[in-house]
Design a protein around this ligand. Structure first.
Ligand code: ADP
Ligand code: MG
Length: 716
């Protein structure tokens, strides 16, 4: 029987029309990837059904051409009459167009450069076009540019076409691998039809009652195929009863998982025992190269209070870029080491790990501690030796990337794990560390200034320390948006700064569609600056495709001012610290998100000299891009910027859940869905705390434990 837990690779065994083994397998691969499941066999029907439409279209009454108004966005069904490719600008640009009719009137649809469409549309194809229709007064008919389209006539089953694709409110899906919206719609329809009427509930009945939410099965069905009377706007804003139910569900289980984790922590004392003596205080003071700010002192005190208690620390250290989080973490590590424990510092990238190693070795140069770096570029033999030394307890402080430390290292006596995750967000990653043996103190350091309310949710089981003060003597970076016409002036300015002894970054965006193009861009810029513009200075190039050793060499040369200008892709975004650099020139600034711009800007203004961030914006800036750039000019406050960014882009993007590989939420959005979030949290707390333990409480705790993604499996 087909159920929600049926693996997608077995989908073809369930008698669904025209879903064969190939389709089943391809679906499984795509859905597994989205859900960060390492094996396609783990992807289930339930995972598939959580691939929700990106929008919905009301085709219950398709508009007739005769009813169109100029500028209206609508779906129109037409038959293709005649189409072809039109070369423009002497053949440098091509356009595909066709003339279609709904039996009464004609329209023209055209697409730029998509000449393959010439084979997609054939005379007589029935097509639904969705887009903005503009009246061409000269020709007297409506035209649409780059519309979404769906071809109807390749399906034999007329009844199904009507029931699934046209005469209703239809779901529009984002392309999934090779699956296009229409094929996905057919698959979803058949899968949903193949499921039993009754779909098991995992939420407690009393919660469903109290919150007046619809059943899980109903929600899954409606989220794909809204009913006849559904308010399409609610669906398009993810605010329909179906969406609300699915969103509630996601928040509820995360809240339960965080609650369970919190109570585990309270009930299990940690294995390490940390004390502070005068000798240790002195050791911590001795490593400080400067006077800590009050905010740094406060944060350290909070950390020390956790470390000296018998519960494992789970603390988030937040602070804007450049606020000096690293030294605070290192002080905490010194305390652990002085108490006889090992410590680790995990960085998100190799560049950062190397930089941390350099700084920390300097800070700890006069101590007897053994500091070792573990990176992927070590020779196998070296790596083995270091791992052995770590396992034997000979190394006090291990620095490496997340992956290396999590996967490959056994510690002798790990007492403190610091995770520098910058703006990545691994709520569930920490569980892994604690699984590895001791119930260790964990300090997460993040450069994403998350509004406190949000931090509570994302890092719901963490205490939060905030460094809200910059080290003294910093002048805020002044930021200017400039156009291409000012390029020469900008170069002059950079020259001037370098003559004053400063250094500069020139950053180019990564264009996802074409890594090759990025490289060429960065490399071309590098060549141009090195030979054409600044032949008198040292110019270096840094990009993600370089070997770690090469990257490190370039970074070292820049750190030591052997290079005055560093041309880079966004690999330098995270954490790079060269206080003498005073200019950050960002090319194509219109392509960057706010948090990214803020991070990049944070690379300058780290020393006493006045620093500048120049945002070179090209071509047509969209309204959103203009807004972003204006915010950058107006403020340097990371919290303000983060809030704006959340407004504009939503939290998934901002916090980089995508990169972290762990899909925190499939449907929910922490900003958009705050109200549901609060409700779900209240309900979860109520189930866990405010009532005496019942079988229902027991069941929900078992439920979250059984799901690997919450990382709670260890404790029985
Ligand atoms: P972030 O919080 O972005 O990780 P870092 O820890 O890299 O910031 O610190 C930024 C720079 O400020 C570093 O060069 C660091 O040595 C320096 N710094 C940190 N704290 C202080 C302080 N109290 N006084 C002076 N400089 C400091
Ligand atoms: Mg840092």
């Amino acid at each position: 029987m087909l159920t929600l837990t049926t693996p997608l690779v077995d989908l073809h065994h369930h008698g669904l029309p025209r879903i064969g083994q190939k389709t089943a397998h391809a679906l499984a691969v795509e859905i597994a990837a989205i859900n960060a499941r390492p094996d396609a066999r783990e992807a289930t029907v339930e995972d598939l059904l959580h691939y929700l439409p990106m929008r919905y279209e009301d085709r219950s009454n398709l508009t007739r051409i005769s009813q169109l108004r100029d500028g209206e966005t609508a779906s129109i069904e037409v038959m293709v009459r005649i189409g072809g490719i039109i070369p423009l600008k002497g053949g440098r640009l091509k356009m595909y167009e066709f003339i279609g009719t709904d039996g009464e009137n004609q329209i023209r649809a055209f697409w730029w450069n998509q000449i393959y469409l010439n084979r997609v549309f054939t005379r007589g194809s029935r097509v639904i076009l969705y887009g903005q229709w503009k009246l061409n007064r000269y020709k007297g008919y409506f035209e649409v540019e780059n519309p979404d389209y769906e071809i109807l006539s390749d399906d034999d089953d007329e009844a199904e076409v009507t029931a699934v694709h046209t005469a209703r409110r239809v779901p529009i899906y984002r392309k999934l691998g090779d699956f296009r919206t229409r094929q996905l719609r057919t698959i979803f329809h058949r899968v949903i039809a193949g499921l039993p009427r009754e779909i098991p509930e995992s939420l407690p009945a009393e919660v469903i009652d109290r919150c007046r939410i619809i059943s899980f099965g109903e929600a899954l069905r409606l989220a794909h195929f809204p009913g006849e009377d559904a308010a399409i706007e609610e669906y398009n804003h993810a605010h329909s009863p179906a969406h609300r139910r699915l969103i509630f569900e996601e928040f509820f289980w995360l809240a339960v998982a965080l609650g369970v984790r919190r109570s585990q922590r309270i009930s299990e004392p940690k294995a390490s025992h940390i004390e502070i003596t005068d000798r240790i205080r002195e050791a911590v003071r001795a490593i400080l190269p400067f006077n800590p700010t009050n905010a740094q002192k406060r944060a350290l005190k909070e950390i020390v209070d956790d470390m000296t208690s018998d519960k494992p620390m789970n603390r988030l250290l937040q602070g804007d870029v450049g606020s000096g989080k690293t030294i605070v973490a290192v002080q905490a590590m010194v305390i652990a080491i002085e108490n006889g424990y090992q410590t680790s510092l995990m960085a998100p990238t190799e560049i950062l790990a190397e930089q941390h190693a350099r700084n920390i070795k300097l800070w700890l140069a006069n101590t007897p501690y053994r500091v070792e770096l573990l990176t992927g570029s070590l020779k196998v033999k070296e790596k083995r030796e270091r791992q052995k030394a770590i396992a034997a307890g000979d190394v006090d402080l291990v620095i490496g990337t997340h992956a290396l430390i999590q996967e490959a290292v056994e510690f002798h006596r790990l007492g403190l794990a610091v995770i520098d995750e910058q703006h990545r967000f691994g709520v569930l990653q920490r569980a892994e560390i604690q699984r590895r043996g001791m119930n260790t103190d964990v300090l997460v350091v993040t450069a994403t200034p998350i509004p406190r309310s949000l931090a509570m949710t994302v890092y719901g089981d963490l205490e939060v320390s905030i460094i809200d003060e910059l080290p003294p003597g910093r002048t805020p970076v002044s930021t200017h948006v400039r156009g291409e016409d000012r390029r020469d002036k900008i170069y002059e300015f950079i020259r001037d700064q370098i003559r004053k002894g400063r250094q500069a970054y020139v950053v180019l965006p990564i264009i996802e569609e074409s890594e090759k193009l990025d490289l060429r861009n960065a490399r071309e810029m590098y060549e141009l600056l090195r030979t054409g513009v600044f032949p008198e200075f040292g110019v270096g190039l840094l990009h993600g495709k370089m070997k770690p050793a090469e990257k490190d060499e370039v970074m070292q040369a820049f750190s030591a001012n052997r290079l005055q200008i560093l041309v880079a892709t966004t690999v330098i975004e995270v954490g790079v610290d060269v206080p003498n650099a005073s200019v950050m020139l960002i090319e194509h600034a219109e392509r960057f998100g706010l948090s990214q711009l803020h991070q990049l800007r944070g690379r300058v203004g780290r020393g006493a000299a006045e620093s500048f961030c120049i945002l070179l914006a090209q071509f047509s800036k969209t309204k959103e891009a203009k807004e972003r750039l204006k915010i950058m000019e107006e403020t340097t406050d990371g919290f303000k910027i983060a809030e704006k960014d959340l407004e504009i882009r939503g939290p998934g993007e901002v916090m980089g859940t995508r990169q972290s590989g762990i899909p925190a939420f499939r449907i929910a959005n922490i900003v958009r869905d705050q109200k549901i979030l609060e409700l779900a949290r209240r309900e979860a707390d109520h189930m866990l705390n405010e009532r005496t333990l019942t079988r229902e409480t027991d069941r929900i705790i078992q439920h979250v434990r059984s799901q690997p993604r919450f990382g709670l499996a260890r404790v029985g």
